[in-house]
Write a protein that binds this ligand. Sequence first.
Ligand SMILES: NC(=O)c1ccc[n+]([C@@H]2O[C@H](COP(=O)([O-])OP(=O)(O)OC[C@H]3O[C@@H](n4cnc5c(N)ncnc54)[C@H](OP(=O)(O)O)[C@@H]3O)[C@@H](O)[C@H]2O)c1
Length: 330
Amino acid sequence: MRKLKLAVLGASGAVGREMLRLLEEYQIPVEELRLLAGPNSAGTKIPFRGKMHTVRCADEESFAGLDYVLGASDAPVSRRFAPAIKQSGAVYIDNSSAFRLEHGVPLVVPEINGQDAFTHEGIIANPNCSTIITLMAVAAVHRLSPIRSMVVSTYQAVSGAGVQGLRELEDQLAAWVQGQEAKPSVFSAPIAMNLIPMIGGELDGGYTDEEMKMQNEGRRILHAPELTVSCTCVRVPVMRSHSISVNLWTEEAVSVDEARRAIAAFPGCRLADNGRPTPLEAGGQDLVLVGRIREDLTRPKGLSLWCCGDQIRKGAAANALQIMKLLEEV
Ligand SMILES: NC(=O)c1ccc[n+]([C@@H]2O[C@H](COP(=O)([O-])OP(=O)(O)OC[C@H]3O[C@@H](n4cnc5c(N)ncnc54)[C@H](OP(=O)(O)O)[C@@H]3O)[C@@H](O)[C@H]2O)c1
């Protein structure tokens, strides 16, 4: 691979820092690296390949001469800087939700729809983290027979809400041990010793924007415009890695054995050794772990399964770097 000129936009956050770790781990050749964030982190230093790099406050002039901008900011920041990034000629691989449903912006999980990345017009969107992990687990079944519908429940780690989400659980656990009240600020209720059965903003009909990503983004990634998904997103007191329970129905019946074999052979997936993957086991690696594959008992042509994946790696940073490698390695 050629030596790349890169910027990480949101370098001080949970996803941005993981991108830096993975650039090292994947041994991606880097000629120039710009660490960009907001005013809070400007001037702080972050290590990369044995050297300290200073974080700069991003502005419209930050992107000239780059090959790629790896986006790890929220959607409003991403929308603000996207025109300047496009103007610079760099390819923008964005982790936020800003452009995921926009025409002309491919939404890519390399193992599933990698070819879509090559249709980009300057921006490529990384899908929602729970959506990536779920689709990685079910894509092999979808290739055996198209999935028509899914009922999905997510068990999402606090780090899905970024650095502040992690701190909130740590602080509340410390307060709980001392018998003090756990005051919520990032989440809508205490998260230590608890769970919160709703993530995201409520839409008409009671589902949230986070829950609808599973259907809206799933349709684009699987090239299945008729796919229907009923999703419930739950925040759980887990530091890292999301877990997901899935019931799915296919056009033609797929047996449990056929599904097991297909999932085991799918790149980026692993059948959990004991059949019961946990978020702790899934953390720190790019593989999505799948288990508890059973026949659905409510309707014919249905399967039920459980999967876990590190949402900061495969659900965000790793997926984005895999997209960049895909574009570079043709
Ligand atoms: N966490 C996950 O598991 C996960 C998974 C998939 C996708 N995502 C998405 O990835 C994005 C980043 O998430 P995160 O969890 O890493 O959030 P985070 O920990 O809160 O980090 C946000 C980053 O954005 C930076 N930022 C804030 N204002 C900025 C500005 N005006 N200009 C430039 N940068 C600015 C922050 O810098 P300061 O330090 O200066 O504030 C920080 O580096 C979000 O869109 C999120 O939805 C997250």
